[in-house]
Design a protein around this ligand. Sequence first.
Ligand code: AMP
Ligand code: GLY
Length: 424
Amino acid sequence: MRILILGGGGREHALAWKISQSPLCKALFIAPGNAGTEAHGTNVALDIEDNEAIARWVAGNAIDMVVVGPEAPLVNGVWDFLRQNEATKDCIVVGPSQAGAQLEGSKAFAKAFMQQYSIPTAAYREFTSEQLDQAVDYLRSEAKAPYVLKADGLAAGKGVVICEESGQAVEEMKAMLSGKFGAASSKVVVEEFLSGIEFSVFVLTDGKNYKILPVAKDYKRIGEGDTGPNTGGMGAVSPPPFVDATLMDKVEKRIIQPTMQGLQERQMPYHGFIFFGLIEVGGEPFVIEYNCRLGDPETEVVLPRLRNDLVELFVAMHEGSLDAVRIEEDPRAAATVILASGGYPGSYEKGKIITGLERVEGSIVFHAGTKRMADGTIVTSGGRVMAITSLAPDFRQAIAISNANAERIQFEGKYFRKDIGFDL
Ligand code: AMP
Ligand code: GLY
């Protein structure tokens, strides 16, 4: 098969690493990819939010399978576009339809969906810009602190704001409804605050059958001890030791199965990953959010623990035979530590030369924001620069190996959290 991966972060490098190990993969392309994905295939300069350009490239290069990494192309309808196009309609697309991607693309849609199928999640209200007065009244009288405000649409991971005081929440509400996140915040969801420990569950599904992949936990805050602003994720562990069989049984029965039922009843075509962002509150799982893709950096610990041939799983998904597949997990624990550019998640400089990669021992380095220059040097080109993944009998050993290698890699302004897994 000739396979195209859309995206260029650590998640896509991990996908390229895994897919290139499959005997079914005859040629691999990554658009746009990064300096790491080049080791597994050919990087292609393609605007992944331009459906026509993607379709033209897929048809022109006889691509059999497109694996979509990030949410934006999915919410932008790449699945539907390739299906409707005569030249690309037979291509397998790993990722949901635009209707399915609404689970991530609209928080209000996801909340109504969960309510309809009695899926445990925080209580909520939604407000549009015409309802600003009601929103303010609600925040000042009924709602309780801390206030969780969420932009309805995609806001590059920045659309959730948690306020301690009602005055602050009112200001935030006004800013959001008047366009702080553009059209994405023309509607705002206000949620009850849930207090507990978060974890990430991924399934691969054809909209009917599903398989649960290794469970993970990511560390979203920039600072040690889970302090400071949210980032895309600064590290991850798989499996999180507190997620036992009893908890997973509840997740499956109360969350995954009703979600499948909803996809079917509402006839939302879904052939790809569902990422359940969950929180355990007093032993019970609740959905914090749905995503229509794999997580980053969770993928960098999930795929190294998956023993199955990933391309075989994608083919089974396409053929509707996932129920016949058995997921094989590496019993070892995996941990990943993100090296970030100084200043991230605020502003940061790019173009810093990265050295020491040849000194890494016993870890897999997944590139994220990196670029290879004409003279061969690798430089930083993003906030999250690379993910250092290690496997070991126990997650603490895995973290120690990743941390040691994180020290060996050098670039100006390098920052990483040394406390991944601190709360486990
Ligand atoms: P998101 O951008 O949707 O991943 O949300 C960012 C983070 O906000 C989540 O990972 C949680 O830590 C936090 N969060 C979102 N919703 C809630 C909630 N209802 N209660 C507590 N924390 C929340
Ligand atoms: N690590 C969380 C996410 O990918 O959204």
